[in-house]
Design a protein around this ligand. Structure first.
Ligand code: ADP
Ligand code: ASP
Ligand code: MG
Length: 404
């Protein structure tokens, strides 16, 4: 069987008119004699809306019920797609995660797909049917609904491609590929033709929402090539694949940025073993993800400052845990809600000297102050004031020759 997995994101199925277009895209693959497995996200805005409702019910909404709630948007979009295909004379059927079933492991709201039962879907494909599978959801060993983290339909599609041995996995979204930076923020961003899993994973983890980071780990591990395309135009998209298949003369492939970060500084904590661990333990226990961390070396060897960043959504919880923490003492607590992380990404920086200097100098030339720095082999991130983000990404885009 020549199988293709087509994944449609929220905007692509955002209205009834768009769902009609999606049905036509699906049919175009059927006409090319592919067996098509469709994975769909919820209509745009629906998952956000459900998440907001849970917060209004309780600020401690139980995780297992949260997954039942937020996964429900996908049921609606899949039924609408199947309904449209039926209307056009095609045999199609919607499948919830539990009906396939798609098995997951890990915590609620951040589960990972471990196994997909192929029997029923294969039988349906062989009978000429088009299965429309809900993205973002599965079940755990207790038969409860789980979700795969925000943006998790990408992971559903990639794992379907793996288990059904698809020839292609195509992610249909609202932009026509992966760009050097978010094309909706930086108009001069350029489409990237081919990008490695590693670079795409860094870009996504650092804010390029076009692919879910966890889904890229699944793709890399299983060597699934991904095409990212627009469901609105018929242009060629971006291929995400292994490094070996790629030649690029650019040191830096992209500039990513985050939108909702907060910075917290504990001033004057004791400079002795175990203090940092005591600060961060409650965050770990309560699933608060800490991102950048800096501890300044103390002048007097008695006190030090610890600075870290978190998602703004977690700020209130974080401050509550700091204030409740009897194990730590500090002189002052400073919070900055208006910060963003800007990063440059590219495997080329490993072999190119001076990239760090050029990044810092470019920001300095624009009068942008760097608050925190973090680096890895293929990325450099800086934390800056939120209001400078556009200026910073535009200047870095130019400095690293991504404009042309
Ligand atoms: P979908 O609903 O199809 O999953 P998403 O909203 O999750 O779509 O992702 C698509 C969005 O990702 C685009 O609208 C774009 O604004 C954003 N984006 C951020 N960085 C990039 C990038 N480097 N290239 C392309 N899109 C990006
Ligand atoms: N609907 C889910 C979300 O908004 C999954 C997805 O879009 O991939 O996060
Ligand atoms: Mg998405």
């Amino acid at each position: 069987m020549k199988i293709v997995v087509l994944k449609f994101g929220g905007t692509s199925v955002g209205t009834v008119e768009r769902i009609k277009k999606v049905a036509n895209i699906i049919i175009s693959y059927i006409k090319k004699r592919y067996k098509v497995i469709v994975v769909s996200s919820a209509m745009s805005g629906v998952t956000n809306d459900l998440a907001k409702k849970s917060k209004k019910i309780s600020n401690n909404f139980i995780a297992s019920e949260y997954d039942v709630l937020v996964s429900s948007g996908e049921q609606m979009s899949c039924a609408l797609i199947a309904g449209r295909l039926n209307h056009l004379g095609y045999k199609a059927q919607s499948w919830m995660g539990w009906q396939v079933p798609i098995f997951t492991e890990g915590n609620h709201s951040s589960s990972r797909i471990s196994q997909i039962n192929k029997k029923k879907i294969n039988k349906f494909l062989q009978s000429g049917g088009i299965p429309i599978i809900t993205g973002f959801q599965g079940i755990n060993l207790n038969n409860r609904i789980t979700t795969l983290g925000r943006g998790g339909s990408d992971a559903s599609a990639i794992m379907c491609a793996k288990f059904f041995k698809a020839q292609k996995c195509i992610i249909y979204t609202d932009v026509d590929g992966v760009y050097t930076s978010d094309p909706n923020t930086l108009k001069k961003a350029k489409k990237i033709k081919v990008i490695s899993y590693e670079e795409m994973l860094e870009m996504a983890s650092l804010g390029a929402k076009v692919m879910q980071p966890a889904s890229l780990q699944d793709a890399r591990l299983n060597r699934i090539d991904i095409d990212v395309k627009s469901s609105f135009t018929n242009k060629e998209g971006t291929l995400i694949t292994k490094k070996k298949n790629i030649y690029s003369n650019k040191n830096i492939r992209g500039v990513s940025f985050t939108k909702n970060d907060a910075k917290v500084t504990l001033v004057g904590v004791k400079d002795k073993p175990g203090v940092a661990a005591s600060v961060f333990k409650p965050f770990y226990q309560n699933y608060i993800n800490v991102d950048m961390v800096v501890q300044t070396s103390s002048g007097n060897k008695e006190e030090t400052d610890i600075t870290f960043t978190i998602k703004s959504d977690d700020l209130l919880k974080t401050l509550k845990f700091i204030k409740q923490n009897k194990k730590i003492k500090y002189r002052d607590l400073i919070v900055n809600k208006n910060v963003s992380k800007v990063s440059i990404v590219g495997v080329g920086m490993i072999t190119t000297p001076g990239v760090t200097y050029r990044m810092f100098q470019t920001l300095a030339n624009k009068g942008i102050n760097i608050l925190v720095i973090a680096t890895s082999e293929i990325k450099i991130s800086v934390l800056i004031g939120k209001k400078f983000v556009k200026k910073a990404i535009s200047a870095l885009h130019k400095e690293f020759k991504l404009d042309n």
